[in-house]
Ligand binder design. Structure first.
Ligand code: ADP
Ligand code: MG
Length: 725
């Protein structure tokens, strides 16, 4: 047996197992060794029904005596109700909103149930337990199991299963691999010094402990080690990328803050301190010999566009070497057409007085300002024409969607790239954009400066890990005179009075967003169908029952770009007073007169996402309102939502999300390419900082990692993985 032997070669596998292994991407023995249990069960949690108490997290083995789909009496919520029995007693199990379970578990069958004991009207029941069919009931007697109270109880791993492959099979194969002595051949990429310093188990020990722990603390220690390892490697990769990036020669721009004053003075507002200092930092970067790679992170509405515009001004007013009458060029990429158009229009306002060309490229057309016929207007032009002017340098500022990355788009003097809402783009897309100078251009060997911008509030530990290759600037101040949004948590009883309040404001001419969790009504017969408000049904209801005298528009991701644009135009111009939408409006949409937002089904969103949605209405100095509609009755959820009223900014809310609901709630958590284990570990500031510190130390002493071959191998693998996403 070798680490890289194929599982199918070493073990007899059925067709179903082969398929299942493929689905899980488990090919070699090594893959199997690194397929970690999703949780552990302990004989300590194994209970007899007669001994259950409220609040216990338990496992029972029981027979399903009766099972049926029914409806909860108070709200007509579909559910499954079952009576479970073991040798000691009987208990009810209830699955809310999961009527389909009545068809999955047969009366008379045996199963293992895992869950928490709840109580209603003095009766205990098992709420939404997980279940797993078994062929018979094991003989359990708690007395015999717990005779030796002192000894640790037995704990066993549970692996995520898939059709054809069960947890037990995986466990036995791993035990077999262990018994072959393979672990002795694995070398540990983390040095003994580091392991000792942070009290982490070696790779060999950690593998044994994570699959076959003797006690819970063993499993815990291994998890810590693997989480450290992952964050350590990410940090190493980022640190290495950073030193590499700094080898890229770039355009040296020597504008001073003073030279930008004319431009900044023309803003229709007074720039915040935070905006000014961000601009200054970026100007400093421009002066260096290598390309800037910076992330500007600022809450929704903190005014990132103005920072972008001022720094673009520095680029635009600089001429490329030996081309005194030309301008250096900027590419500004945004994720949606709506946003591209909006930026095009606001950049025209910013730069109009300079008499320069501004271009817009999206998949539905190309535009240029100014028009030849009418110099105060923009005009539609052919793509070929636009590309020609970009390639010969006549359009210094080009705004666009993904269309910017197309092969046909080439610049003459591209010196600055701005990626707005950068979390919507992948690394590859960013890289492509930085290689856009024409092959025969004199500036080909220079890499443009790169500014990424995001409003995604993420906890500091996560930012440290995933953005370690970027320099970070926080825009942590809101524009002057902004009144804080008045946020109210609205219970079902308060709905009507809230609608009345909203009507008053609509009458004053303000506008309203209504955000719903989904686009259309779910099919009620489908398994797991959620009864939450949908855009289409809610818009209809509001029109007939609540706001009959107002025009209502709807917006969601399944609409065509042209439809979306029309809807947005109608809303910006005030033709529609109310816009019912899914969270697509989350990204950057800017309608100053829309000062109210209703968030339906708020308990389903993370706090940071609610905060971003709420940010739509902090676009002017009118008092803004956010109504957080929630049907929840649980104290805890209401309390969580209350944080929206007290938290100072999005970052604080992201920290709350992390603490209260775990990393699963962080906005965009799927795209960072981190395992669940590492995502959980980012709660631990000390661990993240330790991994960072050690990574930096290694790169400082050995930037090419020539003396650390094992680490180099690991992070090359990681780099490939990230590139594949
Ligand atoms: P975001 O950071 O979300 O991209 P924007 O750049 O779109 O924010 O700015 C939000 C709004 O605030 C815009 O209408 C913009 O004109 C305005 N704004 C930006 N900076 C200031 C400022 N310093 N004072 C007043 N209003 C500002
Ligand atoms: Mg923005």
């Amino acid at each position: 047996m070798k680490l890289n032997s194929l599982i199918q070669k070493e073990f007899r596998t059925t067709e179903a197992q082969k398929k299942a292994l493929k689905r899980l991407d488990l090919n070699t023995l090594k893959d199997l060794l690194f397929y970690f249990p999703s949780r552990y069960e302990s004989t300590e949690d194994l209970k007899e029904i007669k001994n259950l108490k409220k609040g216990d997290k338990i496992i029972i083995y029981a027979q399903v005596k009766k099972i049926k789909a029914t409806k909860a009496y108070y709200k007509k919520i579909p559910m499954t109700e079952a009576t479970l029995e073991d040798a000691s007693g009987v208990i009810k199990a209830i699955w809310f909103r999961q009527a389909y379970i009545s068809k999955m578990l047969a009366e008379g069958s045996y199963a293992k149930f895992t869950g928490t004991i709840s109580e209603r009207n003095g009766k205990l029941y098992l709420a939404n337990p997980e279940y797993q069919n078994v062929s018979s009931l094991p003989i359990i007697s708690e007395e015999t199991l717990f005779q030796e109270k002192d000894s640790d109880s037995f704990i066993f791993p549970v692996y995520s299963e898939t059709r054809g492959l069960n947890s037990k099979w995986i466990y036995h194969k791993i035990e077999k691999i262990f018994s072959e002595g393979i672990l002795d051949k694995i070398s540990d990429p983390i040095s003994k010094e580091i392991l000792k310093k942070y009290n982490l188990p070696t790779l060999k020990t950690a593998l044994i402990w994570i699959h076959t722990p003797q006690k819970k603390s063993d499993a815990q220690a291994s998890k810590k080690r693997f989480a450290f390892e992952e964050i350590f490697f990410i940090s190493l990769l980022r640190a290495k990328q950073k030193t590499e990036y700094q080898k890229n020669p770039s355009f040296k721009i020597s504008k001073t803050q003073k030279e930008l004053n004319d431009f900044i003075k023309k803003f229709p507002f007074k720039a915040t301190e935070s905006q000014l200092s961000s601009i200054k930092t970026i100007l400093e970067d421009f002066k260096k010999d290598y390309a800037m790679n910076r992330l500007l992170e600022g809450d929704v509405g903190s005014g990132k566009t103005a920072v972008a515009a001022a720094t673009i001004y520095a680029i635009t007013t600089t001429s490329p070497k030996n081309q005194p009458s030309a301008h250096l060029q900027t590419a500004y990429m945004v994720p949606t057409e709506i946003l591209a158009k909006q930026h095009f229009e606001s950049f025209i306002k910013f730069f109009e007085y300079l008499n320069i060309n501004i271009g817009l490229i999206t998949s539905s057309g190309c535009f240029k300002f100014p028009s030849k016929v009418n110099p105060t207007e923009w005009t539609k032009i052919s793509k070929a024409q636009l590309l020609k002017w970009v390639a010969n340098g006549e359009i210094p500022i080009l705004i666009g969607t993904h269309s910017l990355i197309q092969k046909s788009v080439e610049f003459k003097n591209l010196a600055y790239i701005i990626i707005d809402e950068q979390h919507k783009f992948g690394i590859l897309q960013r890289q492509k954009l930085s290689k856009k100078n024409r092959a025969n251009s004199k500036t080909k060997e220079l890499i443009p400066h790169l500014l990424s911008m995001t409003a995604t509030p993420i906890p500091r530990t996560l930012a440290l890990s995933i953005y370690g290759d970027l320099d970070l600037t926080l825009l942590d101040q809101m524009p002057h005179g902004r009144k804080p949004i008045i946020t109210e948590i609205v219970t079902p009883q308060q709905r009507d009075s809230t609608y009345e309040k909203i009507k008053e404001k609509l009458e004053e001419g303000r506008q309203l967003y209504v955000i719903c969790p989904r686009i259309e009504e779910p099919d009620p017969n489908k398994a797991g169908a959620l009864r939450v408000k949908s855009v289409t049904a809610e818009a209809q209801r509001l029109k007939t029952e609540v706001f009959p005298e107002y025009e209502i528009g709807i917006l969601h991701s399944k609409m065509k770009a042209s439809e979306k644009e029309e809807i947005m135009n109608d809303f910006s111009s005030g033709k529609t007073a109310i816009l019912v939408a899914t969270s697509v409006v989350e990204v950057g949409v800017n309608v100053e007169n829309a000062t109210m937002i209703i968030l339906e089904g708020a308990e389903r969103f993370g706090l940071a996402q609610l905060h971003q949605l709420r940010g739509r209405v902090i676009r002017s100095n009118h008092q803004a309102y956010c109504f957080v509609f929630s049907d929840t009755k649980t104290e805890k959820t209401l309390k969580r939502l209350e944080a929206l009223k007290t938290a100072k900014n999005g970052f604080e809310l992201a920290e709350f999300d992390l603490k209260l609901r775990g990393s699963g709630e962080l906005i965009g958590n799927k795209q960072w390419g981190m395992s669940d284990l590492a995502m959980e570990a980012i709660k631990n500031i000390k661990l993240v900082e330790a991994a960072q510190t050690e990574a930096k130390k290694i790169i400082e002493g050995d930037s090419e990692l020539q003396n650390h071959p094992l680490i180099l191998e690991k992070i090359s693998e990681l780099e490939k993985l990230i590139h594949l996403e």
